[in-house]
Design a protein around this ligand. Sequence first.
Ligand SMILES: [Zn+2]
Length: 370
Amino acid sequence: MVIYIRKLNKDLLKNLLIFDSHCDTVNVLLEDDPYIIDKKDAHLTQEKIIKGGLKAQFFAIWVNPVYGFEGSQKKAMKLYNALENNLISTGFGEKVTSVSEMAKAIKNNKLACWISIEGGHIIENSTVKLQKFHELGVRSMTLTHSKNNDWADSNGDEPRWDGINKLGRQIIYKMDEMKIAIDVSHSSDKTIEDVLECSSMPIMASHTCARSICNIRRNLPDSLIKGIAEKKGYIGVNFFPGFLNKKIWDQIFKNIKKYEKWFEEKTKDQDNPDVLNKIEIDLYKKTVEGTGQIDLNAIIDNITHIADIGGTNCVGIGSDFDGIPSTPTDLKDVSGYPALVNRLYDRGFSVEQIRKIMGLNLINYMKYFD
Ligand SMILES: [Zn+2]
């Protein structure tokens, strides 16, 4: 039986198109220019990508809101250039903006690199700037990060607009028109409800888990999983233990309290966004000190739940690799995907369902934006 499973999975892996909807590797690329894609402790390196069988990836250009108005776009461009110089110009990856371009890149043995921007503040309230990002190849935008912006509420903040405001609606219409996928990871429940109501396109939550399993605001309640699925949208399950398991989240929360003073002192009178950004990332790393460990079954529990609520066509993987300070014990980086595929199979998912979860659902979703 074991031999049979291994053989089947080897064939399955060979023909599997693994496509992940979110990683933060671009920030690692910028940190240690040049050519950090082979930095040993990164979750995504050339070696690990090949070993894991990853074929296509949404690379997020995440800009910390501390860069503020008139600083965010500049920082985003620096990140974009880091991606271009380290991953695309080198020939390992190819920038893609459509499903057909993706297929061509994969056929040529390149990693298909989709680009998203994370945090609507990056466009600095301007649809002209949004258009510029579209011209660069950006095909998805996460509306908020963990703070509200001038037009949409985040789930990491207290309500300011009760969802999205008038400018937010204009931006949503523009995104639909330009065919930029709307990503509601980090958005408040009300923001997601508003978007579901006013967008004419299917929407996605590129790196988000289920609230029924881990009851935190960062995760999606069943009603919104259903709402996203009913509009033919997509949900990529995040691999961060803190979003997968409430006990771990509570420990993280305790650590945040523990380091509150440390953070205040470090950031006091500091107005350099690069320094503030570094301190926040350091804090994020500290928050997982001493927290419990989980294995990749926690990811599969989320996949199973989202499939139960929204159907098997809406769920996929949104690892958040290189943006999460800890991982499940048996999926420490992108090279671990075969283990995830094996476990999905062992837990009763059919070959067809595994194909969908590992990439096909995201491909079908992105076809709406071709
Ligand atoms: Zn994120």
